[in-house]
Design a protein around this ligand. Structure first.
Ligand SMILES: *Cc1c(COP(=O)(O)O)cnc(C)c1O
Length: 390
């Protein structure tokens, strides 16, 4: 394999998440086309679902997204510090003591309590700025938001606060990714009713990726896709109405190869034992990088275009695989933990299923010490490592 040789001269740590910026742009463009005339808010919380919030934001905005969504204030500040000027909606809870930095960085807050609204108004007045605010309505998730009957009074309350401008109202669906959309329709109806009293100029938005894929009549003024930006479908049940391109490949290299005699054990707890002599390859990444420990004795990696089973427990920083059946495995050979190699493919959904979770969690779990290598036209354009940009 050609990759074998090239991979031996990676700069830095022999672990990398390769992120295809062309694929992100393809996905966002396709979503913008489908959503039009609704605008697209690209959800880049949790470090862009593990892909790197700054790079993803830049790619999404250049592909037609008009704003960004994050979960917490710090995520918004990170984007502002990187020079992002587009509107950034903070979708999570904001305590009153974060109001000052929200205003300072020009973030768009979600206001769900009077205390936070008051603090936002005070700091906006002090700085002489008008702060756009979105309301969140809880229509069935039983998490953040006002109840539908609270919306009218809270909206009126905001109107009394001169420096705040009610710019948007939204809700979030509990089961839009399931085949049965009846609860989603109930949530939608409750949302529409709650927003009825507000001016038409207030941006209404409800659609996550699943809704964008499956329920066009709920696009309203803006859609809020997350997982689909990253080339993944929200569940096995959503339609493939947008052709998404996979974005991420998680790669490493063979760091050691050795032969064990029959009856030897591998790793912590000695959970795997050789029945006959076996060739074991070492991969220098582990659960601290985001490889789920649940893959112990269950998962596989790709080496020389073939599947090598993970043997023994996934360690914090290392994984061992059985390459007995794969000829000519050599030190420095490229290893794929998520993604494609030759004709073989380990989708993130396979990893998630073996680990008892969903694709979202696997992507978000990729830790800061995994270098992010950004590609355009198949070529490396930038590298983000724990110690900075390469
Ligand atoms: C995370 C999130 C989204 C994106 O959801 P996906 O399923 O990833 O498309 C949209 N809206 C809100 C409020 C969210 O928290």
């Amino acid at each position: 394999m050609a990759e074998g040789k090239a991979s031996r001269c990676w700069p830095g740590r022999p672990v990398r998440a390769e992120i295809d910026l062309d694929a992100i742009e393809h996905n966002v463009r396709a979503m913008c086309r489908k959503a039009a005339p609704a605008s697209v808010l690209a959800v880049v919380k949790a470090n862009g679902y593990g892909h790197g919030a700054v790079a993803v934001s830049q790619a999404a905005l250049s592909a037609g997204a008009s704003s960004l969504g994050v979960a917490c204030v710090d995520e918004g500040i990170q984007l502002r510090r990187a020079g992002v000027t587009a509107p950034i909606l903070v979708m999570g809870f904001i305590p009153p003591w974060e109001a000052a930095v929200v205003v300072e960085h020009g973030l768009t807050p979600t206001a769900t309590t009077k205390q936070t609204a008051l603090a936002l108004a005070r700091f906006s007045r002090e700085r002489g700025v008008k702060t756009p605010v979105h309301l969140k309505v809880d229509t069935g998730m039983a998490r953040l938001g006002l109840t539908p009957p609270e919306v009218a009074t809270f909206g009126a309350y905001l109107e009394t606060m001169e420096p705040l401008a009610l710019a948007g109202i939204y809700t979030h669906f509990a089961s839009a990714d399931q085949p049965d959309k009846s609860f989603t329709r109930e949530q939608y109806a409750a949302f529409r009713a709650s927003a009825e009293s507000l001016p038409a100029s207030v941006t209404r938005h409800v659609a996550n990726s699943a809704t964008l894929l499956d329920i066009p009549e709920m696009y309203l003024d803006m859609v809020r896709p997350g997982i689909s930006i990253y080339g993944c479908y929200p569940s096995a049940h959503t339609s493939r109405s947008i052709e998404l391109r996979p974005v991420l490949n998680l790669k490493s290299q063979v760091a050691r190869i050795h032969t064990l005699p029959a009856g030897a054990t591998v790793g912590y707890g000695r959970t795997w034992r050789t029945e006959k002599p076996a060739r074991i390859a070492l991969i220098p990444c582990g659960y601290a990088d985001g490889i789920p420990r649940g893959l112990s004795n269950k998962g596989a990696v790709l080496v020389r275009g073939r599947r090598a089973p993970i043997v023994g427990r996934v360690c914090m920083d290392q994984v061992m695989v059985d390459v007995t059946g794969i000829p000519r495995v050599t030190l420095g050979d490229e290893v794929v933990l998520i993604g494609r190699q030759g004709d073989e493919h380990i989708p993130v959904e396979e990893v998630a299923q073996l680990a008892g979770t969903i694709n979202y969690e696997i992507l978000c779990a990729l830790s800061a010490r995994v270098p992010r290598v950004y590609l355009r036209g198949g070529r490396v354009v930038s590298v983000q490592t724990l110690t900075g940009e390469l």
